[in-house]
Design a protein around this ligand. Sequence first.
Ligand SMILES: CC(=O)N[C@H]1[C@@H](OP(=O)(O)OP(=O)(O)OC[C@H]2O[C@@H](n3ccc(=O)[nH]c3=O)[C@H](O)[C@@H]2O)O[C@H](CO)[C@@H](O)[C@@H]1O
Ligand SMILES: C=C(OP(=O)(O)O)C(=O)O
Length: 418
Amino acid sequence: MQKFIVIGGKRLNGRIRVSGAKNATLPVLAASLLTDKGCLIHEVPKLKDIDVMKEVLKYLGSVIECRGSSLKLDNSRVCSKEISEDLMRRMRASNLVMGPLLARFGHVRAAYPGGCAIGSRPMDLHLKGFAALGAEITEKHGFVEARANCLKGAEIHLDFPSVGATENLMMAAVLARGQTVIKNAAKEPEIVDLQNFLNSLGAKVRGAGTDVIKIEGVGELELAEHTVIPDRIEAATHLIAGAITAGEVVVENVIPEHLDSVIAKLREAGADIQLGQNWIKVASDGKFKAVDVKTLPYPGFPTDVQAQLMVLMTVAQGTSIISESIFENRFKHVDELRRMGADIKIEGRTAIVKGTSKLSGTFVEATDLRAGAALVLAGLIAEDATVIENIWHIDRGYEDLEKKYSALGARIMRVNSV
Ligand SMILES: CC(=O)N[C@H]1[C@@H](OP(=O)(O)OP(=O)(O)OC[C@H]2O[C@@H](n3ccc(=O)[nH]c3=O)[C@H](O)[C@@H]2O)O[C@H](CO)[C@@H](O)[C@@H]1O
Ligand SMILES: C=C(OP(=O)(O)O)C(=O)O
């Protein structure tokens, strides 16, 4: 087990490069299972979650070669075999292999997926969609099985614009007979990236980025090369790091429009933000106004940045109301922030954050990925040392975070717990 020790009080200054997006890479790697012709994927981040996806793919028969931040995948020997609880429980996104396996082999059987403890995360929308495409679904003894002789295009109306369900159904529909229309689809940039990858494989998908996605089934797919989009959640975390430390940070390798809702909130809170074509510069005097935030599906404010923004609000002037509308239990960071002196009250799915002048370092625990990132941000401005345990959560979604922040002047060390 490793932990971070963060000594607060250093302004962050300089340039920081964002890695490829975890949440775009995971579906793209899963989608590679659709073809037996091979794929080359660039800008793959070095993350625990990516290692888990690679393990799942290798178990299924994938041959994977790493070349720097690129992955070459040969899926010609892949077959659809039962995926154990041990592999599936390590993260939520392991469920994304189900759509491609069902499409290519007409059968998939896997244990229910795991994932961050941020609320109940059912798969009903994925499974209803598979059923609409003609699959027979069985759920027994912790396993889900989907079987179809031949998937047939269908109109699917999602009850909620679920990111994972949209992705799984796009992938399942690629080889189905006829047209599939997904209505009330998720509009996240990662969905657009998946569409681009699927189309480079020879699929016929259009509409990603809007709430109606149309997929014309094709008979066969080609080999493909793809570069993953930059991670907008990592970028948002760095923008908050620059602002909260009263620093001046240029965040490079970003698509600024993917961060519109975050930039709007940071500006409202008083940060100075300048935009370039593929960079964003944040500067601040360290004084912030309280702002209210409600998390929403894209293009609304991302739930994956709620915890990090809350840290900024703990030291803002006034009271901020933060509502979490995506996950019902995504306030686990609140107890840890309170230990550092934050004044936060929870009422249902709302956090009421009263700005205080200072946080103070202590022993805290990362309870999930973004909660962990939030604690790093809190540590950067806290008095004295903050010791963050369970940082494997942070390693799920941030590549070399301590190295990136040290290069900006932060005092943050990774140490082995004894
Ligand atoms: C790997 C990845 O891309 N993870 C992201 C993805 O997760 P993920 O794809 O799991 O998130 P979803 O959009 O599916 O979930 C959103 C909400 O829908 C509910 N739901 C979802 C599916 C379903 O079948 N039934 C159902 O009720 C969930 O419980 C949750 O309350 O989108 C989330 C919402 O932006 C992000 O926080 C995650 O970082
Ligand atoms: C919740 C997240 O990831 P996952 O859906 O993989 O648990 C996240 O990236 O913040």
